[in-house]
Design a protein around this ligand. Structure first.
Ligand SMILES: Cc1cc2nc3c(=O)[nH]c(=O)nc-3n(C[C@H](O)[C@H](O)[C@H](O)COP(=O)(O)OP(=O)(O)OC[C@H]3O[C@@H](n4cnc5c(N)ncnc54)[C@H](O)[C@@H]3O)c2cc1C
Length: 382
């Protein structure tokens, strides 16, 4: 039986879900408050320079999930892209993630991998059970590399001292004892040749899908639909009645230049004396194109207010306790599934977002065929 399904949000979550459910024979209406599809992955040509801009910040697609990689190939031609981030520290440019080149340059040495490993190990702090980001960093990399490459950036990104952040944020050893400067480990990496918005528009291009932009969905309309998939903020669905889940937002200061301004796509500026965290030069995200002019973003993180775009969920103890209360409310909400980065209050890379949407569509269809309740979330929020 064809059902009338509402998809709130035309980002990757909403688009992939809509496509899967439309292909299964359902009639999907997708609404988005914004004037474009693709959510935070939106790309658009800058009218002044012609450069493809990653409007809500740089997005590089990377995955080890073959199913997701095959899926996106259906809707866009991907060009291979290697993310090579640089960082300016005390007037010198280094390569990230911190690798053998960075370590040798920073300490003025020419060490081989095992020498560097022993050299760094001798400088790390002996903290058996690190509890905070700072302790974890001191145990992993020692005070010098921590102060130069991690401390200032983290402080600016999260608006608090790394001594107040949990160790879990710094999960892996953030050092490489090779000269590999590929930021991501994943086998598949790339950027859609015509940008993410064209890819998402292609995903949504199906006779069973109608898209309405500049349309805000009010949760009170949920009863008008057989089922609602909500990729807006979880607390927003409940009109923030228990309080707001904390986020960090970003301000992008745009500037333009002639030629090649910084020589790379992303230059970090971790120093406490610089108010922004990084500068992105968008034309370097499409090295297959050629542009005489350039457009750049300076990125300033700050606390997210009610009218700002929520970017990074904070997820400290206080937020997790409020989140648990919203999860309890969500479990009682009839005919709604909360999806994506905002609906589940998690940072999600694009590949994970797509995988979760594919899995949720399958779980929803299976629930419908067996008459069991639809899943509440696309992924566990807690
Ligand atoms: C700065 C930054 C950089 C990133 N870089 C990368 C990267 O390099 N690689 C990577 O894999 N991932 C990256 N990501 C993650 C990526 O942005 C997410 O995976 C992706 O955007 C999640 O898609 P979504 O559909 O869940 O959410 P969104 O893209 O946020 O889409 C949700 C949509 O819902 C709409 N909406 C909300 N409420 C309503 C309502 N009531 N009515 C109508 N519409 C509504 C919003 O307007 C929005 O368009 C980055 C994220 C950030 C913040």
């Amino acid at each position: 039986m064809t059902e009338r399904l509402m998809m709130v949000g035309a980002g990757l979550s909403g688009a992939v879900l809509a496509r899967q459910l439309a292909e299964a024979g359902h009639a999907i209406t997708v609404v988005d408050a914004r004037s474009h599809v693709a959510g935070n992955c939106h790309t658009a040509r800058d009218p002044q320079t012609g450069v493809m801009v990653h409007v809500y910040g740089p997005h590089i697609f990377h995955t080890d999930d073959d199913r997701v990689w095959d899926y996106v190939q259906r809707f866009a031609r991907f060009r291979s892209y290697k993310n090579q981030v640089k960082t300016t520290v005390a007037g010198q440019v280094y390569s990230l993630p911190v690798n053998l080149h960075t370590i040798n340059q920073f300490f003025g040495r020419a060490m081989r991998p095992e020498e560097a490993r022993a050299f760094v190990a001798a400088r790390t702090a002996d903290i058996p059970d690190p509890q905070t980001f700072e302790e974890q960093a001191l145990a992993f990399v020692g005070p010098d590399l921590y102060a130069a490459f991690f401390k200032g950036y983290t402080e600016k990104q999260w608006g608090t001292s790394p001594a107040n952040l949990p160790a879990s944020i710094l999960k892996r050893l953030p050092l490489r004892f090779t000269y590999d400067d590929n930021y991501f480990f994943h086998r598949h990496q790339g950027i859609p040749e015509n940008g993410y918005t064209a890819m998402v528009a292609a995903i949504l291009d199906h006779p069973g899908i109608s898209v309405r932009l500049e349309t805000v969905f009010d949760p009170s309309e949920a009863a008008d639909w057989n089922h609602v998939f909500w990729s807006g903020p979880l607390d927003g669905f409940f009109n923030y009645r228990l309080g707001r889940l904390g986020y960090r937002t970003l301000d992008f200061e745009t500037f333009r230049a002639t030629g090649d301004w910084q020589g790379c796509a992303v230059m970090n500026h971790p120093g406490a004396d610089v108010p922004f965290t990084r500068i992105s030069e968008h034309k370097h995200f499409a090295p297959w194109e050629s542009h005489a002019e350039s457009v750049l973003y300076r990125e300033y993180p700050r606390a997210c207010g009610p009218d700002d775009i929520p970017y990074y969920p904070i997820r400290l103890a206080q937020e997790k306790s409020l989140l648990a209360d919203y999860v309890a409310l969500a479990k009682e909400a009839p005919n709604v599934t909360f999806v994506g980065r905002l609906g589940t209050y998690r940072y999600l890379d694009m590949d994970v977002t797509i995988r979760e949407a594919l899995d949720l569509a399958a779980a929803f269809l299976a629930a419908r065929s067996t008459g069991t309740p639809a899943p509440r979330f696309s992924g566990a929020p807690l």
